[in-house]
Design a protein around this ligand. Sequence first.
Ligand SMILES: Cc1cc2nc3c(=O)[nH]c(=O)nc-3n(C[C@H](O)[C@H](O)[C@H](O)COP(=O)(O)OP(=O)(O)OC[C@H]3O[C@@H](n4cnc5c(N)ncnc54)[C@H](O)[C@@H]3O)c2cc1C
Ligand code: SF4
Length: 564
Amino acid sequence: MAGLSRSLDRLKDRYDVIVVGSGYGGGVAASRLARAGKRVAVLERGREVLTGGFPSRFPDLKNELQVRGKRLRTGSSSALYDVRLGEDMHVLVGCGLGGGSLVNAGVALRPDARVFADEIWPGQIAQDGLLAEGFKRAGRWLRPQSDPRAATLTKYKALATAGKGLGHTPIAPTVTVSFEGGVNAAGVDQPACTRCGDCCGGCNVGAKTSVALTYLADAARHGAELFTHAGVRHVAKGKDGAWTVHVRRLDANGATPHDLVVSAPVVILGAGTLGSTEILLRSRANGLALSDRVGHRFSANGDIIAFGYGAKIPVDAIGVGYPAKIEGMEIGAAVSGQIEIDDAHDLANELRVQEGVLPSALAPALPVLFVPNGRLLGALQSLIAGVYKGPFSKLQTFFAVSHDSASGRFVLDDDDLKLVWPSAKDEPVYKRLDQILTAIVTEAGGSYVKNPLAGTVMGHQPATAHPLGGVGMGRERGDGAVNHKGQVFDAGAGAGSTVVHEGLYVVDGAVMPRSLGVNPLLTITALAERAMLHMAQDYGLAFDDAAVGGVPVAPSDLGAIVAA
Ligand SMILES: Cc1cc2nc3c(=O)[nH]c(=O)nc-3n(C[C@H](O)[C@H](O)[C@H](O)COP(=O)(O)OP(=O)(O)OC[C@H]3O[C@@H](n4cnc5c(N)ncnc54)[C@H](O)[C@@H]3O)c2cc1C
Ligand code: SF4
């Protein structure tokens, strides 16, 4: 089966628009500008994984880890999970054509209105009405929905039981999963979710509404050229006024990686919080005049993953995968239930606790992670069914999201991105999360396991899968790195200047100047849609977001779109 991407051998020297990265922000930009008739190239560092090709066995999953830390670099540069071990905090992001959407849980929520009322945002965000339109468009394309059968799932009932003692009743949050099946806005015929639970390992059914199955498929249908294994190093202003993008070719197959240069009058960075910040920091080191706010205001979105071990009630929150490893079990999507803790007086105290599922490929590693002498137990439980029937059928996984002070900072250390946030572990949010999760786990009769890998190379630092900021929005170059449209401030102009670098944009999670308090994908998508609406006005472009018609394609055969 063929995919959307093509070999870097076919990369041309020049395009109208170059989009760097292919997650939510990059996907939106590629689709909308290809619809506007622009010659678009998308440069993604990871590889393309088609539906059916996501890891389903532990040895495959292990090969999908790339880990970077102090004096540590292991795994393939095209592995799906990119783990950055930091001295103050660890960060996990997705890598591949589709970005984080390939391996995320798909929870798609709108932040509390107080988030956008914060004066940290440039005023236009709350005032010009285009953010609301951005959310509408994101909703039409990602189709967030609650599982209509959520309340029948064991893991949902377990959350309800645990929440009852604390006076909280769960709700079914909206997720980017197609529960009924059907043709999406990009003309991809998504089968109905089998509730296999493997969303965070990658959906082998095609029911998770990823960026690959929506915005990127649409971009390719409208003529965009999508390239993988293209790691962008930095951007610079060319002599003719166009941008040059310096790309490290990562598909060398053992040959020495070498660099390519491609140019365009418009470059849109959608390489995610880590990627876009790193590219801009390196561009600044190479002479591009950027605001000294680049690198600042990193937020972990008050996010943690934690566990409850030894519950007295069944939970059934280990994925069975597709094709199912064990018959007759309906697990549910990675998140089906959420407890909402609101605070009308103090937004910072709001938090969302979601019950989560671990992907089936991780099942054989669980005894090693959670049980002393687990290696022995792991050997005894080598029959896969053991994980579904034994103590791990009562393992609770939680994703919790709240707010933090966004005081992390990225710097370049020996040309590598480094996160500095010495006080991160003392953020009040972690104490609150520990208290509420301990109470929930205790209600279920289990013990709270904050980090099963503490004491290993992971240490005791907090970790996040929701990195935000680094290229935060502001009113002028003194308080932000980009303006409300995602245009990058030009520090060559005087202090307090709002002058931007014409044609250079950032449209991903990096532009958030603060935590969102909910899982970020919907806001990132909405703000990217909004940035494209502003670009249309500024450049006189015309595009709509109407659903495509014609013969639908299967999720495992997106190449049919390129061939057509
Ligand atoms: C396991 C997991 C579960 C999650 N669950 C949820 C959830 O349920 N709901 C939610 O809202 N969020 C969730 N998230 C977070 C969410 O996926 C991210 O916030 C979101 O994907 C960020 O979108 P983005 O457009 O900013 O960048 P990304 O989606 O991270 O995309 C950036 C892309 O750019 C590429 N790239 C990076 N650097 C370069 C470079 N130098 N050159 C070329 N390409 C580059 C990357 O490989 C990547 O494909 C989860 C994340 C993980 C890891
Ligand atoms: S539960 Fe399974 S089928 Fe449903 S979206 Fe997640 S991975 Fe896909």
